[in-house]
Design a protein. Structure first.
Length: 568
């Protein structure tokens, strides 16, 4: 389910309000008909599926209009940013299927230019050095209903501000003792316009510039100017930056430089998970998950380890589209898209997660035959493989009941079923241990039904998967489920914390699964469908002869069933 390339004219598979704006700009010859976007992550965390949506929009629109998309790291806060995150973000973007070619930039590339422009605003009396502490600045900003209070340093002469700013840059003042603020309007209805901070003093080592700087630009100051320097035509960002746009416009207009058009779109919210970097970090720090690549997290690394494919993630981003208003997407839609992608590409294998021995009493002892098994019924070119069959097999414990409930068509005494790719077998009974636990199921087989067909035309109502006990490979299987019990994890009652919504059964591990021998040497990541069970992916913890599998998604497609009932 890959995404077909769109034509250079902007005819993508779907229309949305951003593409309509861009198409109109191209038609009108704005920016000389150029389309140049960028994606500007802050390298302070691992990216998640919400970022994938923004990546898909920025790179996708550049692709659709034969334009370019830059990757620019917003590295303006050295206290939180690390090279580790830079490297991880680049790796994840490439894994998603996007490439910025030679257009890799950093806000720190422009620190000299940003500083010069700050001095320009000071000389124009549009910026001033403020001695108020961060707490005092916050206390004097006012509220939505009350204007702020002018800083007592707001009317310093330009020459004095210029001298103080240069001394800030020279490291003459303590950290946090002074800031450079834009001089706009402390009574402006938009709080972002109330003399925002442009620079603060931070004695911190920067991962790229080292100790060259001790003053660092805020994101609000750097954002629009970096776009301008790079010649960005359409600055696409999520909706929380809408109220910041007037500030970005003010800076660009005061400087008289190229003015990109900012367009905001809704963020991705998804049920049964959290998208906040802060909350994800808390989950990791508190040991609720094993790390940022835990398959229960929405991080790209977690989704990748779980077995999600880049094509499915891109397709999901296309399906949910681009809107102006925030909404929450049902995780079942994402799982549906993932199943569709894996159904086409994932080979089939047989694995028994909760094994019990099945003994075929009338099958020759010591005999082994190799049966043809289809690798993928959706792809004839995938061919077949050989699977061993013998007198003693493993089946899933749930596939036998001594006393069946209504509409139970699997093994029970007297019932006949089909063994996948093999024979019809009829259950004759079982054996139990001293505690009453079933240790063996016994049956007989019909040698005339090899391949699953009965010459007399009789039919059975159930087909079971199995593995030959002598050739089976023991495997560890990790069954992942939603991390949270409720669709909206942040909804709490009676003083409960959001972490109390954690699903205690979000991970179940079985270390005694039995899988067919073809899975002994598979390397990570390798996707497959365990027949009748779900889609799985080998984990990085796999070792030769001792594979480890993560469940990517079950076979139960709730989303498709809901849409079918709705007639869609």
């Amino acid at each position: 389910m890959g995404i077909p390339d769109a034509s250079p004219g902007g005819d993508s598979r779907r229309k949305d309000f951003i593409r309509e704006i861009v198409a109109a700009d191209v038609k009108a010859g704005k920016n000389g008909g150029r389309v140049h976007t960028r994606w500007p992550p802050e390298p302070n965390a691992y990216i998640h599926i919400g970022h994938a949506k923004a990546i898909n929009i920025n790179f996708g629109i550049a692709r659709d209009f034969a334009g370019q998309c830059n990757l620019r790291f917003d590295d303006t806060n050295p206290t939180r940013e690390e090279q580790e995150f830079v490297d991880a973000i680049k790796e994840d973007i490439r894994w998603l299927g996007f490439d910025w070619h030679d257009r890799e930039y950093y806000a720190s590339d422009y620190f000299d230019q940003l500083y010069e422009w700050a001095e320009l605003l000071i000389r124009k009396s549009k910026a001033y050095v403020c001695d108020l502490s961060a707490e005092q600045v916050s206390a004097t900003r006012g509220t939505l209903n009350e204007p702020g209070i002018n800083s007592p340093y707001r009317d310093r002469p330009a020459d004095e501000n210029l001298d103080l700013f240069r001394r800030m840059k020279a490291g003459e003042f303590p950290e946090g003792s002074r800031t450079l603020r834009a001089k706009i309007d402390m009574s402006h209805p938009n709080m972002n316009m109330r003399d925002p901070v442009m620079y603060r003093i931070l004695f911190a080592n920067h991962h790229r510039t080292g100790d060259s700087w001790c003053i660092y630009p805020t994101y609000d100051w750097a954002h629009g100017q970096c776009d301008s320097i790079e010649g960005i035509t359409h600055s696409l960002c999520s909706i929380e930056f809408e109220n910041h746009r007037p500030l970005y416009d003010w800076f660009l207009e005061e400087l008289g430089v190229h003015h990109p058009q900012q367009i905001e779109f809704a963020r991705l919210n998804m049920t049964y998970t959290v998208m906040s970097k802060r909350l994800i970090k808390q989950l990791v720090d508190d040991g609720i998950v094993s790390g940022y690549d835990d398959p229960r997290l929405p991080t790209i690394r977690g989704l990748r380890r779980r077995g999600c494919t880049p094509g499915a993630i891109r397709e999901f981003c296309e399906i949910i589209g681009v809107a102006r208003q925030d909404s929450t997407v049902d995780v079942q839609l994402f799982e549906h898209v993932l199943r569709q992608d894996l159904n086409v590409h994932a080979p089939r294998r047989m694995a028994v997660l909760d094994p019990v021995r099945l003994v075929i009493d009338n099958y020759p002892e010591g005999a082994v035959e190799y049966l043809d098994a289809v690798n993928n019924p959706e792809d004839e070119s995938a061919g077949t493989r050989k699977v061993p069959f013998s007198r003693v097999l493993y089946i899933d414990r749930d596939d036998f009941r001594q006393e069946p409930v209504p509409k139970y068509w699997r093994l029970f005494p007297g019932n006949e079923v089909r063994l996948r790719y093999a024979y019809f077998v009829t259950c004759t009974g079982c054996r139990r241990d001293a505690d009453g636990n079933i240790t063996e199921v016994h049956c007989t087989y019909d040698p005339e039904t090899r391949g699953g067909d009965a010459p007399d035309g009789r039919r059975v109502k159930s087909t079971l998967h199995w593995v030959s006990a002598a050739e089976a490979i023991q495997a560890e299987v990790r069954l992942y489920d939603h991390l949270f019990l409720t669709g909206n994890p942040m909804e709490t009652e009676n003083g409960r914390e959001w972490k109390e919504n954690i699903n205690p059964d979000s991970l179940k591990i079985t270390k005694n699964a039995q899988v067919e021998p073809s899975l002994a040497q598979v390397e990570a990541p390798w996707h497959c469908q365990f027949e009748r069970t779900g889609y799985f992916c080998t984990d990085r913890d796999s070792r030769p002869g001792r594979p480890v599998f993560n469940r990517t998604v079950t076979l139960r497609d709730t989303w498709a069933r809901i849409q079918k009932r709705r007639g869609k």
